[in-house]
Design a protein around this ligand. Structure first.
Ligand code: ADP
Length: 294
């Protein structure tokens, strides 16, 4: 079960990012399905091979159709997606020649994602509940609380926000990149230092390290560094989302004891994703992931 945001990404290549008050000409507009929640749901279903349901909110517009087509095309169940009277979430993205993104997100329908009776019933049937922080924190907490005894709650704490104690208490596995780890730990340090600090609050932490792979740390076992496959990166958009979706899907099969193995599969899927443009469009299928992870 993935609970989170869905956005349409409107992407334009620009010679440079415009300054305040300035208008510049860019290249052709690309309109692609994105949003951390929807990206992670597509990754769990397609690359992770798990039966996946998405809890989110979409408007009643063409963007919603694009997102539903992408989710359903990957095999994600969408009956717990609410249609609301707000525009579908939209990200305005300019990309400069050095690959640097400048992004403005209009959350729209994402600020209306909720766990109502229908969503709560489906959450209670899930083996793993995965959420991020592009939707209201109360919804994230409610989803975690509604899971059944023994189901795992995986929180990808992105983008960085301060977390209420009620949410910290629920987390079984925290997934963060180095910046988010430093923000949450309130300190600087090596990934190992940051993960060790975060273990005071949650039983397991995964720190993603870009081309360096990831670090898996649990209270009762030694830290494990999972190296990334060497690939030619063309677009790293959605790498972290692919990683989270596949990690959660693998945890549904392997349980928490299999966290390091889940991280290997997640890293393989994310490495394949960075070799292709787009977010959801870049997610590999489960057979490709298994072949690279061997
Ligand atoms: P985020 O995009 O959320 O900051 P990262 O950059 O850490 O997350 O990427 C998430 C995961 O994607 C990494 O842990 C790694 O497994 C994979 N990844 C990212 N960039 C590369 C790359 N250049 N080569 C191989 N794998 C990569």
């Amino acid at each position: 079960m993935v609970v989170g945001s869905a956005n349409v990404d409107l992407v334009v290549d620009v010679p440079r990012h415009p300054a305040g008050g300035e208008t510049i000409l860019g290249g052709n507009l690309r309109r692609t399905p994105g949003g951390k929640g929807a990206n992670q749901a597509v990754a769990a279903a397609r690359a992770g091979g798990a039966g996946t349901t998405f809890v989110g909110a979409l408007g009643r517009d063409e963007s919603a159709d694009l997102l539903l087509a992408s989710l359903e095309g990957a095999g994600v169940r969408t009956e717990t997606v609410d249609r609301v009277d707000a525009p579908t979430g939209t990200a305005l993205i300019t990309v400069s020649p050095d690959g640097e993104n400048a992004i403005v997100v209009a959350p729209g329908a994402n600020s209306r994602v909720r766990v109502g009776a229908a969503q709560a019933r489906r959450v209670a049937a899930a083996d793993v509940v995965l959420a991020q922080l592009e939707i209201p924190l109360g919804t994230v907490t409610a989803a975690a609380v509604e899971r059944r005894q023994g189901a795992l709650f995986v929180l990808n704490a992105a983008p960085s926000r301060e977390l209420p104690d009620a949410l910290w208490r629920e987390v079984d596995v925290l997934v963060v990149n180095e910046h988010e780890a430093a923000d949450l730990a309130g300190a600087a340090g090596t990934p190992e230092d940051l993960a060790a600090a975060l273990l005071a609050r949650v039983p397991a932490v995964v720190v993603t390290l870009g081309a360096e792979g990831s670090l898996v740390v649990r209270r009762d076992t030694d830290p494990v560094r999972v190296p990334a496959a060497r690939v030619d990166a063309v677009d790293t958009t959605g790498a972290g989302d692919t990683y989270c979706g596949v990690l959660a899907a693998a945890l549904a099969r392997l349980g928490l004891a299999g966290l390091a193995d889940a991280a290997r599969l997640a890293g393989a899927a994310a490495a394949l994703a960075v070799t292709r443009p787009g977010a959801q469009d870049a997610v590999p299928d489960a057979a490709e992931v298994a072949a690279l992870a061997e």
